[in-house]
Design a protein around this ligand. Sequence first.
Ligand code: GRF
Length: 217
Amino acid sequence: MKIFKPIPASIIMAKISIAVLASGRGSNFQAIIDGIKNGEVNCEIKILITDNPDAKAIERAKKSGIKYEVVERSKFKTREEMDLKIKQILDSNNVELVVLAGYMRLLKAKELFDVYRNRIINIHPSLLPKYPGVDAQKQAFEAGEKISGLTIHFVNEELDAGPIIYQEKVDISNCKSIGEVSEKILKREHEAYRKVVNSFSKGKYVIKDKKATFVIY
Ligand code: GRF
């Protein structure tokens, strides 16, 4: 049985320090920013890391006075080197939890996972293991699903396959387009991600059989 590395008691009472990784629009990033502002999320966003210099998430960071750094794939020979740069940024900002919010790359470097395994989470717009990867909403819509949903999970080296923290069903039976499906799920994503990110300030997750169970300290 793998145990989630306990967060030291001294940190529990304090805000959790997080980094957000995003490649694009950043509406989940914004949901967390808003959650912090209204007191719903007990964490501090130390930094936004993006692989896309044109990401709308950067504008959101600037507006809220959040530091950001662009780590572009083209600047590195290998994916591992890129991940090591990310690790360096996480380390130097004393990040406790890494929150992927529409980050469109797989994390691979062993050194990164050696330190941050079970401290990196992602949100995905389907009920995993159904419809991993890109266009999950399109896949569900085209398959004629009546129910789809969202999954928040720990990140490992495989695509959308880490231990599941939280899932929520969303009824998409009345949706007439992929856009409608995406919009309906996204609305739920924002609320769910705020709750799950905040949960890290209250307890820990014990991981067993690819499932993460929350335990209050
Ligand atoms: C969301 O649907 C999320 O589930 C997926 O990518 C999308 C990101 O949207 N991983 P946004 O950038 O947070 O608006």
